[in-house]
Design a protein. Structure first.
Length: 354
């Protein structure tokens, strides 16, 4: 697994779009009575921030993925500069920043405000943002309606791939796994055909689609309950192992795409597969005919035999964290890997060593 991660490209492809206004070459006069200014102390001479500077700095924060400070800058424009030439773009960029922060209820409010300031009936980017916010708020029927409508537009090839990926995500969240798989496999086929025709820089959505195919297998694996009689237990255990391997293969395919965000997601999820499988095995029912003493012996022997799953999980988490360090990636998946690795080390590793 570590060697596989070593092959990952150190490039994170960004799909975010931000609207920025062009600062005018001449400063606008500021009326102190109804046009506030903002001052940041500590930089030598006092630095004055008007709407032009707030827009410029907010845009820089956004490009650096500092969405909280970006949102603060755009909010100041909206609240204090209602006549600014940057007001409309500030509304959109505030909504976008809030969406990136997953503060989707508030993002939805500002997207609606933006729609009242301009005609969005043919704005494809705006409709995509509406769809993403609906997914974030778990308004899945609304999200599905938006993305189904989008694929009937005259979209670029990559926009169609993006829309189909999101329809797959929606079906996945509805637990409609067959329909979700159809969308994700269609994305993989479309991307493959397109990449034979021309170079495609952005592989985010094909990596995401492969990742979710792994998630479907992983969820099916988690849903299998181990129980007696022996014949049923063996059948379910075999199916559980098959689904684990299937999910793992999809996650490895994600890693091979070289997309760092989804590669770290796949790394975390691979470790989680081993962890979940261990938990399910260790908590599987013990034959009732055993005495209490025999049950304890049975459980200890089982722990010894399946401890390799925990070792594998820790190694995969460590490899995922290492990718984050080497690439500068600091995604939620890296944080999850750190949390789970520490939990396993504290709860399990010492027990198996002693």
């Amino acid at each position: 697994m570590t060697n596989s991660f070593g092959k990952v490209l150190f490039i994170l492809l960004s799909v975010s779009i931000i609207i920025t206004g062009c600062p005018s070459k001449t400063r606008q006069h500021i009326d102190m009575t109804d046009h506030p200014i903002f001052i940041r102390p500590g930089d030598g001479p006092l630095t004055v921030y008007d709407d032009i500077e707030l827009n410029k700095i907010g845009s820089q924060y956004f490009e650096n993925k500092d969405y909280k400070n970006a949102a603060d800058c755009f909010r100041k424009i909206i609240e204090n500069y209602p006549k600014s030439s940057f007001f409309k773009t500030a509304v959109y960029n505030l909504a976008l920043s809030l969406e990136m922060l997953e503060e989707c209820e508030e993002a939805k409010k500002y997207y609606k405000m933006y729609s009242e300031l301009t005609d969005v009936s043919k704005d494809i980017d705006y409709k995509f943002r509406q769809g993403y916010v609906a997914i974030c708020l778990n308004e899945l029927d609304e999200a599905e309606r938006i993305f189904l409508e989008l694929i009937n537009y005259s979209l670029s090839d990559m926009d169609i791939i993006e829309a189909k990926t999101n329809l797959g995500v929606i079906k996945f969240n509805k637990k409609e796994y067959n329909e979700a798989s159809e969308y994700f496999n269609r994305v993989i086929i479309d991307y493959s055909k397109l990449s034979k025709e021309r170079y495609i820089e952005n592989n985010f959505f094909v990596a995401q689609s492969i990742f979710y195919l792994g998630e479907i297998e992983a969820n099916k694996m988690k849903d299998i309950v181990l129980q007696f009689p022996q014949e049923i237990l063996e059948e379910r255990l075999e199916e559980k192992a098959r689904l684990l391997l299937s999910a793992q293969n999809y996650y490895l395919r994600v890693i091979r795409t070289g997309n760092i965000f989804w590669a770290t997601a796949a790394g975390f999820k691979t470790g989680e597969l081993y962890e979940v499988f261990y938990d399910h095995l260790i908590n599987a029912p013990i034959p009732e005919e055993l005495t209490d003493e025999q049950k304890e012996i049975y459980k200890e022997e089982l722990k010894k035999r399946i401890s390799v799953l925990i070792t594998k999980a820790v190694r995969v988490y460590e490899a995922t964290i290492d990718v984050g360090k080497r690439t500068g990636m600091n995604s939620k998946w890296i944080s999850y890997a750190k949390e789970h690795m520490e939990k396993l080390k504290n709860l399990f590793i010492e027990e198996h060593i002693n």
